[in-house]
Design a protein around this ligand. Sequence first.
Ligand SMILES: O=P(O)(O)OC[C@H]1O[C@H](O[C@H]2O[C@H](CO)[C@@H](O)[C@H](O)[C@H]2O)[C@H](O)[C@@H](O)[C@@H]1O
Length: 280
Amino acid sequence: MPDAPAPDDLGTDAAGGVPIDLRDRLLAVAADTAARPLLVALDFDGTLAPLQDDPAASRILPAGVEVLASLAGLDGVALALVSGRAMGDLHTLAEVPPGTYLIGSHGVERARVTLFGLDRDVVELAHTEADLLAVLGARAAAVARGRDGVWVETKPTAVVVHTRLAEPQDAEPAEAEAVALGTELGVGTLHGKDVVELTVLRADKGTALQALRHELGAPVVLYAGDDVTDEHAFAALDPQDVTVKVGGGPTVARHRVADPAAGVAALAVLRDALERASRA
Ligand SMILES: O=P(O)(O)OC[C@H]1O[C@H](O[C@H]2O[C@H](CO)[C@@H](O)[C@H](O)[C@H]2O)[C@H](O)[C@@H](O)[C@@H]1O
C-alpha cells in the first residue's frame, strides 16, 4: 500500500484532472467489445457528491448527473451506485436514471430505479435484531450526549456516530467509545470518514458488488470510491477490473484521482470513448 499513485504525483501527467494511466485504461476498456456488459459502479458520498457537514445537503456534482444519464443510456453499460447510505436516503439524493442499480447500507439493501420509483428487495429485521438496533440507538445517543458536534444518524439496520463537526477533544473519545460499543455488543463496526457505523446486519461493498457483477455477467467492472469502506470493493474485484481511489489515503485501488470533479471527468472520458466505439 498504496498501489495507486500518491495524491502528490497526480498533477505530473494528469490531463483534465484525469491521470494518463487511468485515461489509457478507460480507452482500452471502451475499445474492448468483450468487456460488455460493462458495470460502472460508483460510491456516492465523497466520490460523486462532495462531502458536506450535513448529509442531507449532499448532491452529485451537476456534471456527474449529466454523465451518469448518458452512460446509462449506452448499450452494453450497466450503472450502479454502491453506498453506505440507507436505501431510501440514497434514492432521494441520487439523481440517477431508471435502470440504475442501487446498493445501500454497505450491501445490506438492494434495489433498481424504475420509471415509477424503486423496485427494491425488502430487508426485515428479526425481533432480536430490532431489539439490538434499539439498544444501539440508545447507547450511541449516550456517546454523543454532551459532546459538541457529535450526533447520531439512525438507519433501518444501523446507527452512525458522526463527528465531522466536532473538535478532536470531542471527536476522538466519541469515536473510540463507539468502536468499543460495537465490540461490546458484538455488532458490525465500520470506521469511515468522521463516522463510526454500528450495524446489526453485516455486509460489505465488495461482496455486494461481486454478486451484482455475476448476476449481470459483467466481465469488467469500473469502481470508484473515496472511503475506507470502499477498500472492500477494491480488494474484492478482479485483476481486469478498473479501481479508482478518489482523494488521498492508502488504498489497494490501481488508479487515483484527486477529487470528485476529476472522478466525473474520468467518467466523461469513458462515456465519450464508448460513444465513439459504438459509432465505429
Ligand atoms: O458509501 P458512501 O456513499 O460514501 O456513504 C457513506 C456514509 O455517507 C454519509 O456520511 C459521509 O458523508 C456525509 C455527507 O457528505 C459526511 O457529513 C460524513 O462525514 C461522511 O462520513 C452518511 O451520512 C453515512 O450514513 C454513510 O454511511
